[in-house]
Design a protein around this ligand. Structure first.
Ligand code: C2E
Ligand code: MG
Ligand code: MG
Ligand code: MG
Length: 284
């Protein structure tokens, strides 16, 4: 112990670790290369405003088409990127891609706000809001064009730094959402202190909403509580008209899910937005 390790020792150690860990490490190298080679792209899932019946915002979700392994879902590579520190590069990549697309929408006269998902590592960096402001001005965008989604579990990692960063982002004019609301551990104590505009009720509470009495009670009272706190509510994972109708009756502000629209590449979403703007009266 204490002696310098030679490159040979490290190679030997690397050979010795279990094959799945080794695959995961090499996957992160491939992800870095994949970003440079255009294998990583963003798709956009619409959010429907239940008051106006219109889509005025979307969530950006990352897609990775690996050259030999095919499609790798974000639930596989994002947690690995978080654990290895690669996630900061991923977020910067996502933000640049999203802002470029936002600028294209703006130039077409389509007024869209796009939400980007963040990880714990992003909001532990104190200059994160400075980076976002510089990027916005490079792309000729206003802060209201971008929203940021962050889970409670990401905030809980280092709550003081996270809350300071979120405060700076909010002051800069970005919209902030708590993602997967209801699945974190410290829901109520932190919600009070978080400078966010909206919460997104996790799809696990929404899936059986029309058939499960406890889910319905929890969602209804969460919406009521959020409104009393001055927060707006998004429900995610809506797959049918019945659930849409129920959420509208409960006073939910926005909904998102396969029923409204699956995540689509820029061109396809733009086509949908321009040709047939979804209207809530046709659905409910
Ligand atoms: P999330 O942010 O909570 O995103 C919602 C997930 O639910 C997405 O999965 C979306 O495709 C899926 N979804 C949407 N509507 C429905 C529905 O009606 N039914 C069902 N069953 N699923 C629906 P996806 O794209 O696989 O992303 C999974 C997670 O990976 C995201 O959860 C987010 O935590 C993470 N992620 C995705 N893209 C990014 C990214 O660019 N950066 C970061 N940091 N995380 C990302
Ligand atoms: Mg999200
Ligand atoms: Mg979510
Ligand atoms: Mg999620």
């Amino acid at each position: 112990v204490g002696a310098a390790r030679s490159a040979g020792d490290i190679c030997h150690w690397f050979e010795g670790i279990n094959p799945s860990a080794r695959r995961e490490l090499s996957l992160m190298g491939e992800l870095r290369r994949g970003m440079a080679r255009g294998e990583v792209t963003m798709v956009y899932q619409p959010k429907l405003d239940l008051r106006t019946g219109r889509v005025a915002s979307a969530e950006a979700l990352m897609r990775w088409q690996h050259p030999t392994d095919g499609f790798i879902p974000p639930d596989r590579f994002i947690p690995l990127a978080e654990a290895t520190g690669v996630v900061r590069e991923l977020t910067e990549y996502a933000l640049r891609a999203v802002m470029a697309d936002c600028a294209r929408w703006k130039a077409m006269g389509v007024d869209m706000r796009v939400a980007v998902n963040l990880s714990a590592g992003d909001i532990s960096c104190t200059d994160f809001s400075g980076m976002i402001r510089r990027m916005l001005s490079e792309h000729g965008l206003e802060p209201h064009h971008i929203a940021l989604e962050i889970t409670e579990s990401a905030i809980i990692r280092s709550p003081e730094t996270a809350i300071a960063v979120l405060n700076r982002l909010r002051t800069s004019g970005l919209r902030l959402s708590i993602d997967d609301y209801g699945t974190g551990q410290s829901t109520l104590s932190y919600l009070k202190q978080l400078p966010v505009h909206e919460i997104k009720i996790d799809k696990s509470f929404v899936t059986a909403l029309c058939h499960d009495r406890s889910d319905a009670i929890m969602v209804r009272s969460t919406i009521e509580m959020a409104h009393h706190l001055g927060l707006e509510v998004v429900a995610e994972g809506i797959e049918d008209a019945e659930t849409t109708k129920l959420l509208a009756d409960m006073g939910c502000d926005y909904i998102q899910g396969y029923f409204i629209g699956k995540p689509l590449p820029f061109d396809l979403l733009t086509e949908n937005l321009l040709s047939a703007p979804p209207s809530i009266s046709e659905m409910a």
